[in-house]
Design a protein around this ligand. Sequence first.
Ligand code: AMP
Length: 708
Amino acid sequence: MARRPVSETPVEELGAGEAKRQHRRLGLEIAEHDRRYYQDDAPTITDAEYDALRLRYEALEKRFPELASAETLTSTVGAAPSEKFAKRRHAVPMLSLGKAYTDDEVVEFVARVRRFLRIPDEAPLAFTAEPKVDGLSLSLRYQNGELVAATTRGDGTEGEDVTPNARTVSDIPHRLLADDPPDHFEVRGEIYLTHADFALINERQIAAGKPPIANPRNGAAGSLRQLDPKVTASRPLRFFAYAWGEVSIMPANTQNGMVAALAALGFKTNPLTRLCRSTDEMLEQYRLIESERATLGYDIDGVVYKVDDLSLQERLGAVSREPRWALAHKFSAEKATTVVEAIEIQVGRTGSLTPVAKLTPVTVGGVVVQNATLHNEEEITRKDVRVGDTVTIQRAGDVIPQVLGAILDKRPPGSEPYRFPETCPACGSSAVRELNPRTGRVDAVRRCTGGLVCPAQAVERLKHFVSRNAFDIEGLGEQRIDEFYRDSLVTRPGDIFTLAERDGRSLTRLENREGWGRQSAQNLFAAIEARRRIGLDRFIFALGIRHVGETNARLLARHFGTFEALREVGIRAASGDAEASAELTAIGGVGEVVAEALVDFFREMHNEGMLDELLAQVAPQPLEAVSATSPVAGKTVVFTGSMERITREEAKAMAERLGAKVAGSVSAKTDIVVAGPGAGSKLKKAAELGLQVVDEDGWFELAGGQNA
Ligand code: AMP
C-alpha cells in the first residue's frame, strides 16, 4: 500500500462527507498495517506514523460519533490471529493501553481518574510506574501450578496457542514456585529480545543469506511464532511478568503487591517498577526510565502508569479497548538516548569530512541505529559532543539519524572536547575550510584537498555513479564498489563497462571470487550492459559535479539536449569564454553557483580523461520530446492538499517530466493549482488571485495521460 500523508486539515474543519471518506480510508489503511504488524511481523511504517494514523482516526470518531460502529478499529486490539496456529479465547480479555505523549496529558489522566472516583485532589492516590517493554504480550495459564497454555494477545479476545514455543523460554517457569499452588492462575507479561541477542540472531540470518530483521520486537514476535518450537528454542527470548488474567486466588490487593507476588512465584519482573504517590513522582520516574533507556540493553517505548489499588481499578473498569486505570506515557518514537562510543570521520565524494558518531545500538522509530551524523566541523564544535557522552538522537523518515545533543549530567568525568582532524584520514592531504567569497564566511564543512589522489573521494564518486537515481546498476551496490575498488578492478566510472571484457581475459574470474558464482557474475554483466544507454539527465547527475543534483541535471539536460553540447559550452567557459559562461548562468533555475561548479569540473583535465573513457562505453540519450508537446509544459504548478491516486512526490516528478515547474507557494506567477482534500490557505489564495484550480482528476486530464 502506498504511504499517503495523513490529511493536514484539522478535524474540526472537516465536513461530514469528507470525514466519512477519510474515516473509511484510514480504517482500511490501519487494518492493513495491523495485519502486517501482528500477523506477518513485518510492519512497513514506523510506530510514530502508525500512531498518527490512529490518532486521526480516533479524532474523527470523537467529532463524528456516528462514524463509530461496533466493528470499528477503535474497539478492537491488534489484528485477528493468523491461520497458522490454533486459536484460543482469553478468559479475561487482553486490553490495550490509552496513550499520552506529554506531561500535560498525564496530569489530565490523573485528574480524570480522581473525577471518576470522586477522590479530592488532596486525598492520597497512588500509581505504579514501570517501563513499557517493546515486545509482544503473552498470557500463560498455570493449572495446579503447571504451565498448561501460552496464548498471544491476538485481537485481545482470541489469540494464538504458542504453548510448545513458550516452554522453550527460560524466563517462563514450567511450574509455579508455590507449595500450595492455586487451582488456576494466568500470568501476563512481555516477550522480548535483548539488543545483544538480536544482533546475534541477525548475524546468523545474514550468514545464512536471509534478510536481517528490522528490530528486536519483530525478532521477538517472529521467534515466538515459529511453527517449529526448535527454532524458538534457538532464539534467546526473555519474559517480564507485569499482569494477570483469570486467577482462582488473588495474592495481593494492590498492583505493586501483585507484581511482588509474581516475582515470588518465579517470574522476572522489571526492576524499574516504582510506586508513585503524586503526579510529580510519576513524571520523575518517567524521566529516570527515559534516561536509563540507552543502557537497559532492551527496547522500551514508554512508561506505563497503573492505579495501585485494585479495588479502584475494578471501579474504573475499561472503555472500549483501554482500561481507565492505566496509561502508557510514550517516548517520542523518533528520538532516543544512547552513548557515543567513538567518533569517526567519513570522506564524501566532494571531499567533505563528516563526523559520524558510533553509538551503542538503540532502536529509534522501528530500526536499530548504530551510527548518527554530527554533520560537520561547525556543528560538532557548536554542540560539543564528545566520545563517552550520552546523547539524544533523532531519526526522521529515511534520512540518516542525527545527534541532537549531549546530556551534560551524564558526561563522564575527564572527557575532552573532540579535536577535528586537519588532515584527511583517507589520504593524509590537508583538509581545509574554504572561505565563501560571496558571504565572506568560512564554510561549515572541512574538505580534503586531495581530489583524485584521495581514495575515499574516488570510492564515494563511484558509489554515487551507480546509485539509484544515477546509473542504478542492479547488483552493484556500495559494498561491491568497495570490493572492486580495493582490488583495483574498478577505479573510474568507465572501468565498470569494461569489466566483463576484462573478466573474460582474466585468470581470476569474478565468478570464482568469494561470495560470487557464475550466475551472480552473469547477472551483474547483464545489468551493466543494460545501462550502456541512459537518459541524459541521469548521466549528468551521475557525474557527481558539485551542486548538480537531480533537478539541476534535468535542467541542464533539457537546455542542452545532448552531452556534447553541454561539454562544449563547459569547456569554452572553463577556458575563459565570457559568452559561454553567460549561457550557463542564464539557464533558468541554474544560477551562478552551479555555473561555477560546472566550470570547475570542465577545467580539470582528469575529468576530461574520465569523460572520454566513459563516453567510449555509454551513450547518453537525449530527453524525450514529450515535454514540448505537453499542455503543462512551461507552466508553474502548485500542489496542495492530499492526493489519492499517486503520492505528491510522484505528482511533482510527473509535472517536471512534462516540462512544468513545480513551486511550493502560490503567487501571481502560478499558472495551475492542483488542490486535493485538505487544501487550505494555498487554495484560498489561488481563489483570490483567480488562478486555474483543478482537482486530482483534472490534473490527470491536463497531463493528458502522459503519466506513464
Ligand atoms: P499497545 O499495544 O500499544 O496498545 O499497548 C499495550 C501493550 O503494551 C500490551 O499489550 C503489552 O504488550 C505492552 N506492555 C509492555 N509493557 C507493559 C507494562 N509494563 N504494562 C502493561 N503493558 C505493557
